[in-house]
Design a protein around this ligand. Sequence first.
Ligand SMILES: CC(C)(COP(=O)(O)OP(=O)(O)OC[C@H]1O[C@@H](n2cnc3c(N)ncnc32)[C@H](O)[C@@H]1OP(=O)(O)O)[C@@H](O)C(=O)NCCC(=O)NCCS
Length: 287
Amino acid sequence: MLPFPIQGAHLLGELVPYVVATPNNLQMLDLSPFGLPTPTAHIIDPLRMESAIFLDLLHKLDGLTFGPEGMPMPKWVFYDCSEVPGAIYGLARPVERVWPKVRELFDIPRDYQGLVPVSMYVAIPMPQPGTWFGHNLSSLAPVFRRLGVIGDLDLAGLGSLTKGLALKCFQVNEFWGATQWASKALHIHAKFGPLRLQTAYTPAHSEHETLTYGFTCDDRALRSSMGDPSAVIVRPEPQEWIDSADVPAMIALQDRIEAGGQFCIPCAPKRLSDERALVPIAEIALS
Ligand SMILES: CC(C)(COP(=O)(O)OP(=O)(O)OC[C@H]1O[C@@H](n2cnc3c(N)ncnc32)[C@H](O)[C@@H]1OP(=O)(O)O)[C@@H](O)C(=O)NCCC(=O)NCCS
């Protein structure tokens, strides 16, 4: 349990935290974010052979969640760009309590005794101390929705809870991330506060309709992301709305950013459909 009310409190009664990090990186992490301890047995060292099955399951979680988005990670990218330079925090269920459908989807070996991940957050430190880049957020919730799995646990709030706890575990001060304009994950990212835009249209990314965003990661932002009603964040009013299908509007905003303008996504998008959203934009007044 956490020392403040959160949206996904029920999840912490059923799921347990885990961390993937090398012994060196582990020293830099807070293994009890907001007082929620990560048991020693749930710390996975990617440099050890005994970690192989759990890391395979994590890779399958990535494939199940990012596969439909067209961005599953090759296993070597997972190792080179996540497990070794960064850290992974998530929630899991012991294999004996895992849903039969998940056992089938993950093709879990019969004699496996460990944890089965149901969510993960991956981030990589950037050269400025305390600044991290978010690399991957996955939750089984949309997989359950897609396949019509009705388990004994409502997974609503899992993605938000996982990202909030992970950023506390990684002791992030300044956060950077990249996501697509239509992504449902923007609903989660905006819970941390207004998202300062670094790009609005990104040819350097395989998905050009990607935006690069950031926020200052203090306890208020983290508690707000997890649904603590006492963590109130001041947000500017939206001045315009960009349709996630409107590429010329993204390019026009990118031009304004490159000309020196500063903009943010002040709050959550309005969803038009599963694939399309209207994303609010506000100009940040220069002080
Ligand atoms: C994005 C993802 C992590 C969300 O996981 P989740 O467990 O459903 O997350 P949460 O329940 O915490 O939050 C989802 C938010 O999106 C909102 N949302 C809006 N429209 C939605 C829709 N059509 N379907 C699902 N969620 C929707 C939810 O209402 C919720 O916000 P709320 O808490 O304010 O109600 C999950 O869908 C996923 O793994 N997607 C594939 C990978 C991906 O795109 N990752 C993000 C990369 S930046």
